[in-house]
Design a protein around this ligand. Sequence first.
Ligand SMILES: CC(C)(COP(=O)(O)OP(=O)(O)OC[C@H]1O[C@@H](n2cnc3c(N)ncnc32)[C@H](O)[C@@H]1OP(=O)(O)O)[C@@H](O)C(=O)NCCC(=O)NCCS
Length: 172
Amino acid sequence: MQIRAADEADYPGIDSLLKSAFPGPEEARLVVCLRAADQDTLELVAEDHGRIVGTIFFSPVQALSPAGTEFYGIGLAPMAVTAEHQKRGIGSALIEHGLTFLTTLGVPWCVVLGDPAYYSRSGFQPASVINWRWDGDPEGDHAEAFMIKPLGNHALPDQAALVSYHPAFETV
Ligand SMILES: CC(C)(COP(=O)(O)OP(=O)(O)OC[C@H]1O[C@@H](n2cnc3c(N)ncnc32)[C@H](O)[C@@H]1OP(=O)(O)O)[C@@H](O)C(=O)NCCC(=O)NCCS
């Protein structure tokens, strides 16, 4: 099993994996849209004997403070591991490899919208601790699920902010 950057030849395998891992085709479509919009900052695959068994995608996100300060970071989404390869650490390894590479690029933080029990294992904490909210959840109903992790030596910003994903996420 190896983890490496995805290339075009992997796209059909990534598409099949996303369609099988999620209830609908939205995540597979999201990845196609983000690539087309040049928002594919980092896309990794886990390959086992020539087969794509895991995938993770990172794209730019923007945060805006009430005073108008803009912060730029990265969003993790989507990620998936084939059912028969789950619970072997592949998902955690994809996150770790991705965040390590993004750290070397100087990316200051990564956000994710997902299960807190899973992503807290990789060092994510609720973004509410720094008064950051996702603009798709204005009432804060999913505040626990919106998480952030500082990368490298970066400290998390100390101003409240509203985080926006690329418009392609509105279709998910
Ligand atoms: C989430 C996912 C990528 C994890 O992949 P994985 O390779 O199994 O992850 P790891 O092996 O690193 O970690 C597995 C552990 O996380 C736990 N886990 C997996 N999904 C979880 C979730 N949603 N909430 C809490 N714990 C979860 C597993 O029970 C397992 O626990 P264990 O180590 O105590 O047995 C995989 O379950 C998956 O593809 N799910 C369907 C798609 C999805 O929900 N993607 C995430 C949203 S973008």
